[in-house]
Each structure stands twice: as C-alpha cells, then as structure tokens.
Design a protein around this ligand. Structure first.
Ligand code: C5P
Length: 408
C-alpha cells in the first residue's frame, strides 16, 4: 500500500532533526518515495548527505532552490509531486511562518504550492512551547483542516529540562503518515464517538492463574488510531495490553479492565455516548465459577475446573443500543471463517461482523497484519487481503460508511 507513494519531508532547525533520519530511512525501506527539504538551520544539525543517502535521492536545500538546473520552479514541482508532506521538527519559527502563509524559503514555498495534507511534529524547549505567541500560532495551525499533528510529549529535552516539547517518536509519526497516505487527510469521523474494545480478557481462578487467549489488542489499538486520525473521539476499553501500544493513542479515553465482567460494565456504561461500537476484544466465553482471593497452593488446585458462562457483551449491547447506534463485532475463526461469522452476525443482531482468520501465516492474533471478510446485515461481503492492522481499520471504516442504517 505504501509502495510508490510520495512523501515530502521538510526538516526544521532543531536537535530532533536527528530522529527524522529514522523516519526517512523507514519510509524508504517500505518502498515509499521520499524527497527531503532541509531548512538552512536544519543543516546545522544534520547534513544533506545524510538525508540523500537515507532517501536514495539528492536532498534539497535553499541553495538548490536557486540553482537554475530545474526546468520548472522547484517548489511547484515538489508541491505537485507530494502525496503527503511531513514537517518535523516543527520549530517555533517555522510554525509562525506556516500560520501566516510566509514563503521565504524552499520548504515554506513548497507548502503553499501544494494542496496535499501536512503532518507536523513540533519540538522545542518547554518555555518556548508555552509562550502565548507560540500557543496562539499552534491553535491557529490546528484550525486549518490541511494540517494534522502529532503533539509533542513530555520528557528530558536536549536543554536538560524535563518538560513538554519533546518531538513525538518516529513510530507515532510513521503511523500517522501511514493513515494520511490512505485517507489523503479526510476527517470523515469528526463529530463521531467510537467505542472500541480491545485485547483478550482474563478470567482469574486466583490472583495468579487465569483462562486467557493470545489476543494482543493490536487490532483494537489500530482501530483507535485510525479513528483518531480521521477526527473521531475515541473510548478504548481494553483488557491487559502492552503499554507501548496504549502509548500510541494520545487523545483516546482509555478504560483498563481485566475480566469479561469488568469489560461488560465499562462497555455498558460507555454505550450511551457512542455512535459506533466496535467489539474487537477477544472476550472469554467461560470463567472459573470459583475465585480464590489468595493464591491456591499447588496441592489444592482442582483436577477439574468448574466453569460458568461469561457475559456475552456484544449481545447485551445490541439489546441496549438505540436504533441509530452502530454495532460491529469480530469473529476470529479457523478453517471456514464465513459460516460461523454469518451465524454470529445474525444471532447477536449486529450491523456488521469482521470475519478474520487466525490460522494463517502472519495474520490475526499478535500479528501486525490481518486479513478479513466484512459482512453487513444485508449480507454484503467485502474481502480484504493481507494488510497492516491500521490499513484494515481504515478499510472497515470505509465499509461502515457505505452500510445502510439498520440491522434487523
Ligand atoms: O468469541 P466470538 O467469536 O463469539 O466473538 C464474536 C464477537 O462477540 C466479538 O465481537 C466478541 O468481542 C464478542 N463477544 C462478546 N462477549 C463474549 C464473547 C464474544 O462480546 N463473551
């Protein structure tokens, strides 16, 4: 999906420029065509040679802007060429220029000569970031629908301060770019609240032992990311998941749970505000009937474990929801994925179900990839071949948009 897509990377004059090398290198390895423009100040931190080598193409600077070697003005050529622009690190100076439409160098001129979406990743010292003038400019930039942003985080800054202003990590920037290359910047989920469940629930027998499943929560996290990138408000109810995945969701409301019973409570509580609810969690179907608050000694472990049914959350949500609230389930299957998924769609009265195979190579549980068939309540089917979970999430949102309103 990224093969042959065209990303222009504009680098501002800040120490975080070194981290942008990682972004450029990763994009190039994924088959993305990358062109890099360095501001004069960026060249104090990293060299055009570094970026030429990593992007497999000569990097541009203000010196190249004025060289009469191009048959068309370079900023027009680059502006038309780019599918998406990344500006990182976005300095206070560059921010002010973008907000006011200045075109005093190759990068700012290219921005004005292009209509593609722009992702910005600010980075600066904490005092600079919190200046009224900078915050005012930041608000103005965010009000411009062309701009998407990965907000600076808090941490140790190069000036030895600990505070806000640290550039987002390359992985966060890359994920957002991935979304923009898919959506071309559309924000078709603005005004929608998505309630998403993720991860595998754990049904404890004692504080240590539980019945669980290998769900990593990656699909649910990808749904949350894609929804945020398209402008939605997101609540993610998640079973235990790696902190690394949850850290990729700034802006989402996170509700941690452990068991199916806790997940049921959190989902029922959150349902009234949700426009779309997506049950991507792998919820246990059964739980141990007895729970011991103390760890059971080995000799007291039963040979047979009495089990009771866990709450069927999605079925309950389908009874509780208002007619205009959409409800989508997942069916992780082996073998024939379609027949059981169709049966679940009808029995649980869902608007749609995502039938995904968990017995294929590099797909389903724990993988960064997935393949699936979407089926809606009218029997419409769309098969999506193997792709990243983020891309699968975008395909699903496109599918939901095209569905007619009501499940039976
Ligand atoms: O486990 P199963 O394949 O039946 O899951 C189908 C759908 O039902 C999924 O969306 C899952 O999150 C949901 N489910 C649930 N409560 C359960 C079991 C599954 O909400 N106890």
């Amino acid at each position: 999906m990224l093969q042959g897509r065209r990303v222009l990377v504009g680098i501002g004059g800040g120490i975080a420029a070194y981290k942008v090398c990682q972004v450029v290198s990763t994009l190039a390895k994924l088959g993305v065509e990358v062109r890099v423009v360095l501001s004069d100040h960026a060249q104090q931190f990293i060299t055009p040679l570094t970026l030429s080598t990593l992007s497999r193409h000569p990097a541009y600077t203000d010196d190249t802007f004025w060289q009469p070697t191009h048959h068309r003005p370079l900023h027009i050529e680059l502006g038309e060429w780019a599918n998406t622009i990344l500006i990182a690190p976005l300095t206070a100076n560059l921010l002010a220029k973008l907000v006011h439409g200045l075109a005093d160098n190759l990068l700012t001129s290219t921005v004005l000569a292009s209509t593609s979406p722009i992702l910005v990743a600010p980075a600066m010292n904490t005092e600079m970031w919190y200046q009224q003038s900078v915050q005012r400019n930041w608000q103005l930039l965010q009000a411009d629908p062309r701009y998407h942003s990965v907000n600076p985080g808090t941490g140790i800054l190069a000036c030895d301060r600990v505070g806000a202003g640290r550039m987002a990590e390359p992985s966060e920037i890359l994920t957002y770019l991935h979304s923009l290359l898919y959506t071309q910047g559309k924000r078709d989920l603005v005004g929608k609240h998505l309630l998403i469940s993720a991860g595998g629930t754990r049904e404890h027998l004692d504080p240590v032992r539980f019945i669980g499943n290998p769900s990593s929560g990656k699909m649910g996290a990808a749904l949350a990311q894609a929804a945020l990138h398209r402008g939605a408000k997101v609540t993610l109810v998640h079973a235990p998941m790696e902190a690394r995945l949850l850290n990729t969701l700034p802006g989402a409301r996170l509700i941690p749970v452990i068991s199916a019973t806790e997940m049921r409570q959190a989902m029922v509580n959150s349902l009234p505000e949700a426009d779309w609810t997506i049950m991507a969690a792998a919820v246990a179907d059964v739980r141990p009937t007895e729970y011991s608050a103390e760890k059971l000694p080995k000799r007291l472990l039963p040979n047979q474990l009495p089990l009771s049914a866990a709450p069927d959350i999605v079925t309950e949500l389908s009874h509780l929801r208002r007619p205009n609230q959409r409800l989508i389930g997942f069916a992780a299957q082996t073998g024939d994925i379609l027949t059981p998924a169709l049966e679940k769609l009808q029995r649980k009265k869902l608007d749609a179900i995502v039938a995904n195979a968990i017995d294929q190579m590099d797909s389903g549980f724990g993988s960064d990839h997935n393949q699936a068939v979407f089926i809606d309540h009218e029997g419409r089917k769309v098969a999506i071949g193997q792709c990243s979970k983020l891309q699968m999430a975008h395909h699903l949102f496109d599918f939901i948009h095209t569905m007619s309103s009501k499940a039976g």
